[in-house]
Design a protein around this ligand. Sequence first.
Ligand code: DQA
Length: 149
Amino acid sequence: MIDILVIHGPNLNLLGKRESGWYGTVSLDEINELINKKAKELNCKVKIVQSNHEGEIVDAIQRAKEWAKGVVINPAAYTHTSIAIRDALLAVGLPAVEVHLSNIYKREDFRHRSFIADVCIGQIAGLGPRGYLFALEALVSLLKNKEGG
Ligand code: DQA
């Protein structure tokens, strides 16, 4: 069984009630249900964490080294500011996929820069909640190939 850590960054707990033009009307609980369903289909195990605190996200990534094979992460606003999250990903060396619900390249200039993009395998932006599902699918597929499965 492949274990994956899924991280939702700050303010994503407000999904469904927050800027629906960018983020849609689906709540975080509903997204997490979709992620869990996809994980079952893919025969992998996910642990999902949401935090509004940078240090908690760093802690979750550091702990993942002990149990997870990969990370799906939407760092939300920390994408554009956090060298600490970047360094945590580099430190653990786990393969990671970056997800954004909105297309950050269609938005303000400050959202065009991601401090984690180049330490991730890839990035999915602008596809809404299904971005998490594609990310999980891609990560599991890459991990299975690596293991020769
Ligand atoms: C986001 C995009 C970020 O720029 C923003 O700060 C978020 C959400 C997204 O999923 O589209 O909070 O990561």
